[in-house]
Design a protein around this ligand. Sequence first.
Ligand SMILES: NC(=O)c1ccc[n+]([C@@H]2O[C@H](COP(=O)([O-])OP(=O)(O)OC[C@H]3O[C@@H](n4cnc5c(N)ncnc54)[C@H](OP(=O)(O)O)[C@@H]3O)[C@@H](O)[C@H]2O)c1
Length: 285
Amino acid sequence: MKNNFDLTGKTVLVTGSTDGLGKLTAEHLARRGAEVLLHGRNMEKGASLLSALKKTTGNDRVFYYNADFSSLKEVDAMAGRIVQAHDRLDLLINNAGIGGGPRGTNERQLGSEGYELRFTVNYLSHFLLTLRLLPCIISSAPSRIINVSSVGQQKIDFDDVMLEKGYDSFRAYRQSKLAQIMFTIDLAEELADTGVVVNALHPASLMNTNMVHEFFATTMSSVDEGAAALEYVATSEDTGKVTGLYFDGKRPEKAIEQAYELDARLKLRELSARLTGIDFSAIAS
Ligand SMILES: NC(=O)c1ccc[n+]([C@@H]2O[C@H](COP(=O)([O-])OP(=O)(O)OC[C@H]3O[C@@H](n4cnc5c(N)ncnc54)[C@H](OP(=O)(O)O)[C@@H]3O)[C@@H](O)[C@H]2O)c1
């Protein structure tokens, strides 16, 4: 792998870095000398990870931010704390997420603002976070935004985005993952002349992580495989030249059809602006 995005003096934020893919990726980036902003929803888990990571990597420029992404209010407050404390952000990895939930349960859940939980945690919170951090990311260009999506994608029904009818938790997961890809394509277009690239990826299938153990009876790949793909898309020289793409591992791939429908992306963009109170065309221009 070419690691030519020199991380010395760069600041990176990895959401959901208290476990699984985010944790391993944050550790790799800290070893490569970046200033690393960790994020999680559990203060104790975050604090113990922070001290362990400083010790094992020898990197003192590691910080921890706490916010439960089921609350847009907490996401907004965390973004505020980050822009106050750091004057640059070279790489944002939107990774935090929940899967289908415990096997055998299929209860529709909501985030603090009353929106469907998986749509909130996996997509809407990252939409808000990214836009709140965007001025800082743009002023740090060349910079990158990576949305950790999935090969598991499902068309969004704009008449029932919050899945009030016939709820299915894995469908909720898949639609939130497609929403991340639609956001990737849309934001990449908006940021075309800014030196900021935006890409999405499926890291690896059924990695050995909590969300997989919870929902599936089996695993298929290691966290190392997913972290290698994520690190490649986030930091290699090649992928710094492309934007608006969806990668399956290290390969550019096609997402499902709806990702490329302008009308659908506009609907999602309008809905997201309405639900979060923030619109990216105003920030990017
Ligand atoms: N595992 C796979 O095979 C696979 C395949 C395709 C895509 N992905 C994607 O990869 C990403 C990472 O997943 P993973 O497999 O590494 O899962 P994981 O081990 O379960 O880690 C998820 C991370 O997100 C955090 N998180 C969950 N809910 C949150 C909330 N409400 N607020 C803030 N943080 C929250 C978790 O915090 P805690 O430590 O407190 O739990 C943890 O740090 C996800 O976006 C997932 O969709 C995974």
